[in-house]
Design a protein around this ligand. Structure first.
Ligand code: FAD
Length: 382
């Protein structure tokens, strides 16, 4: 008989899907509850570094991702105006040899669909928005917006930047608007053929206060993608994104290199997202509740490591439950926090500063990390 505790994961984003898949693989009876009625293929890309791909190997989808994604040989940083190279960070074969897995860029929707497909579909519930939890008894009782209640021994809050579970642990507090927005657009590579310009597989165009990161999101290089960081003092739209326009992009990137102008000219639709952060949280877990990903350390996306941290968290959490024995869940949660806090906080800070790979530097501390193999630090006794 399976005497492992029952676990509820709140949120089937990239962190929640990773947690659900790894827990189910390790034999935990796990149910995943997602507020959205379904997921759509929104126009966005994502980098998956070797640190994430090693977790994908454990989930069993590394090869599918390798086939799906673009494999840049370098991350280039270039001066937005002159095009001069500021850094050339080797990826490709170098990453496979030195960091233990590939560095790929993919369409976020394709990645998400693949990750969600690894979950036990009978234990995945859409249209289930958690509104309350009662953690005062032998089981956690969860109440959902549709009025239904469910129970679980342990509850993982993978419910993103506006986490209800974080609010339960620490009280209501809106995330901090960073003062920067990100524009996101996918461009048909076919259109770019009209230009006598080189569209590199992974390049970040920089100037003093803004940037544009550009890469392919499919292995066949048919879809090219840009995501920006542009200062905008206020965000009062009240939604998670709004439509932007070619005109707005032209203004924001006036004077930038002809390659960037070509991307703007080829833009059909572009959206604009507020970049939200929180300071490192004083509490990641309490009794039977624990947080991961953006629920506990949302960050500006300028290292392309936000989802990576959520996925690493999921892997470390499962490792700690296995290591300590899930009946000692409070010790397991503290071991998890001890082994994730410093790294996640450091990545939050570098993302905030937007200095990552701007000049040549050694990225091994991020890419070579393997949450299943890194030696565990023990919590200091209270
Ligand atoms: P989310 O992905 O936000 O998932 C949370 C899930 O919980 C959602 O599905 C939500 O619907 C659900 N939910 C919320 N509340 C409830 C509730 N009450 N009940 C039930 N379900 C609920 N990261 C990278 O690693 N690489 C990149 O290249 C990258 N690029 C980015 C570009 C931009 C412009 C932005 C904004 C972010 C980027 N990130 C990137 C960061 C990344 O998107 C986030 O860090 C990541 O999505 C966090 O994953 P998560 O699972 O913690 O949260």
């Amino acid at each position: 008989m399976n005497n492992k505790p029952t676990i509820a994961v709140i949120g089937a984003g990239l962190g929640g899907a990773a947690a659900g898949a790894l827990l189910q693989k390790a034999g935990y009876p796990t149910k995943v509850y997602e507020q959205a009625p379904a997921f759509a293929r929104l126009g966005a890309g994502i980098h998956l570094g070797p640190n994430v791909m090693k977790v994908m190997r454990r989930i069993g989808i590394e090869e599918k991702l390798n086939a799906m994604g673009s494999h840049p040989d370098y991350w280039f940083s270039r001066n937005g105006m002159t095009g001069e190279y500021q850094s050339r960070i080797p990826l490709g074969e170098f990453a496979r040899e030195n960091y233990g897995a590939a560095y790929i860029t993919v369409h976020r929707g394709d990645l998400h669909e693949l990750m969600v497909s690894t979950l036990d579909q009978d234990n995945l519930y859409f249209d289930k928005r958690l509104v309350d939890v009662d953690d005062s008894g032998g089981k956690v009782v969860m109440t959902f917006a549709d009025g239904s209640t469910e129970e679980a021994d342990l509850v993982i809050g993978a419910d993103g930047v506006n986490s209800r579970l974080r609010e339960k642990l620490l009280g209501p507090e809106a995330p901090i608007y960073s003062g920067w927005v990100a524009h996101r657009a996918i461009i048909s590579a076919e259109k770019l053929k009209a230009y006598d310009l080189d569209f590199e597989a992974c390049v970040k165009w920089w100037s003093e206060d803004r940037h544009m990161m550009v890469y392919f999101v499919t292995g066949d290089e048919k879809e090219y993608y840009y995501v920006t960081g542009v200062p905008e003092p206020d965000w009062d739209h009240g939604t998670s994104f709004v439509d932007s326009s070619r005109e707005e992009m032209r203004k924001a990137f006036e004077g930038y290199h002809p390659t960037v102008q070509a991307l703007i000219d080829c833009t059909e639709t572009v959206t604009k997202w507020p970049l939200l952060e929180r300071n490192p949280l004083p509490l990641w877990h309490e009794n039977r509740l624990v947080l991961l990903g953006d629920a506990c350390h949302p960050m500006k996306p300028h290292m392309a490591q936000g989802a990576a941290m959520a996925i690493e968290d999921a892997a470390m959490l499962v490792r700690c439950l296995e290591e300590v024995g899930a009946e000692h869940y409070q010790q397991a949660f503290e071991l998890y926090r001890t082994n994730r806090f410093e790294r996640a906080s450091r990545v939050q800070q570098v993302s905030h500063d937007n200095t990552w790979l701007r000049e040549d530097e050694d990225p091994a501390w991020v890419f070579a990390y393997d949450p299943f193999e890194v030696p565990l630090k023990q919590p200091t006794s209270q």
